[in-house]
Design a protein around this ligand. Sequence first.
Ligand code: ARG
Length: 577
Amino acid sequence: MLTLKKKTAEYIASVAAKAFGEGLLSAEDVISMLEYPPDKTMGDIALPCFRLSKILRRSPVQIAEALAGGIECEEFSSVSAVNGYLNLKIDGTAFAKRVVSDVFRDGDTYGSPKNGEGKTVVLDYSSPNVAKPFHIGHLGTTVIGHSLKLLHEFAGYKCVGINYLGDWGTQFGKLIVAYKMWGDKTVIEQGGVDELVKLYVRINNEIKAEEDGDEDKKSSLADASRAEFKKLEEGNEENLALWRWFVDVSLEEYQKTYKLLGIEFDSYKGESFYTDKMPAEVEKLRNMGLLEIDDGASIVNLEKWNMPVCLILKRDGSTLYPTRDIAAAVYRKGEYNFDKAIYVTSAAQSLHFAQWFKVVELMGYDWYDRLVHVPYGTVSINGAKLATRTGNVILLKDLFAEAIARVKEIAREKNPDEAKCQEIGEKVGVGAIVFYYLSNNRMRDINFMMEDALSFDGNTGPYAQYTYARTCSVLEKAGIVGEMTDAPLCELESELAKTISVFPERINQAIADYEPSVVTRYILDLCAAFNRFYHECSIANCDDEQLRSSRVALTRATNQVLRTALHLICMQSPEKI
Ligand code: ARG
């Protein structure tokens, strides 16, 4: 499939070969130099020739003129050389015809770079900690992670989505103590993970109170918790059963949120799974002489790489977060033989990943450079209304519930069918949050504004979905399939075709930068181009049959690309809103 830049670059490279000699300039070189001029009067695409002076040994002006003289292609309506720039104007009609036929030919795969075939990507994302709140801070890892999975799948990679549940650690000792003291089976069965969190919060508070009231900062509850966790680690049946139950109750709850987002994981192997896989890695580290003893703890010194030490074993010999991640990576390499392993977490964990990636390298694992950490910024929320029982932590499910309720309320005004309203509420409400979140570069800190996210007027999810529904209703009304004809197109139609044509480039960029927001912003560009066209040109009612066919075809292409793009950022595309 040829994108605008690629096709143009190929022309230019072939003209350059004739004008200056073979082998000097490849299409790939040209692609990286092509620009979209901000001022459209200069053309639709431009090549700044000063960047070629060195290779071609001519002045930019000479190069631009020679290239302009050599280009003959019906897709360019004008070619000019201005001050060392080669400016190309696209012939809208011929160009749109090709773009739309590309979309129809490729269907659901239009825009795919198709470069992942035969390769495997493992994505570790969402990964909440059992019995701790699944909160708004997890929104990033969940939706960025899943979008990256969908993008890689789209490119043809085999993808493995892993939910590396935080299902092991001292918090389970606390929870077991708390449950035995204050817990009630039926209450937890009914209330789910919220009840577990309550127990967890309560024991933490009581431990703190004990510590504060004790000269030596001792707490009997903390001691008891450690003892229960130790029993759990040693395989005590009762504790194991409780632990399994806590995990199941939590998972059931997370699944509801995942279902709303259309997320399914291929593996739920959490931290507990790696307990027996760590000793071998610790042993390897020790044998390689990489471990140092520091105040009783075993560490890897990373001073040479300007990083603090990486903790492998605590003084009491227990393992740590990095130890587990190293063992998990080795296991996953063996299990999936990944070409790339992506980890999506908040930027607060960047150092952790840099450290253990380095340790993996020092251990001689040659796949260390296949490990990718994808960090993201913080989320805060405006409006006290959303504050939940758990204090100032906003639970993800509450955020979605609020959005769904608000959309449902609006839907009820027009729609008496309760089930339908619920469906719209879920698709549009959840989509609004996802879209709002993924509109920003992932490293940016976000202040979440529910009103803005749900608005139909701004650059929002509801607006994008509404535009999609609009393409559906136009197509339904037109009642014809529509094909591109030779009827001359106006500026708005060519602009729409150009926007459709850059989709493959944007997908490439989104994957290369691990940045779903590139797709979100593309969706806004496409919606804007379509809506301008829709408001100015009559489509289904156009009198000219040829033109009507072209316009319907353009609408159908928009519909196709919009659906693909929305899917890639974990959004649904309802046909009616
Ligand atoms: N459970 C961790 C948390 O909530 C995130 C795990 C990220 N993945 C990893 N392999 N370390 O902070």
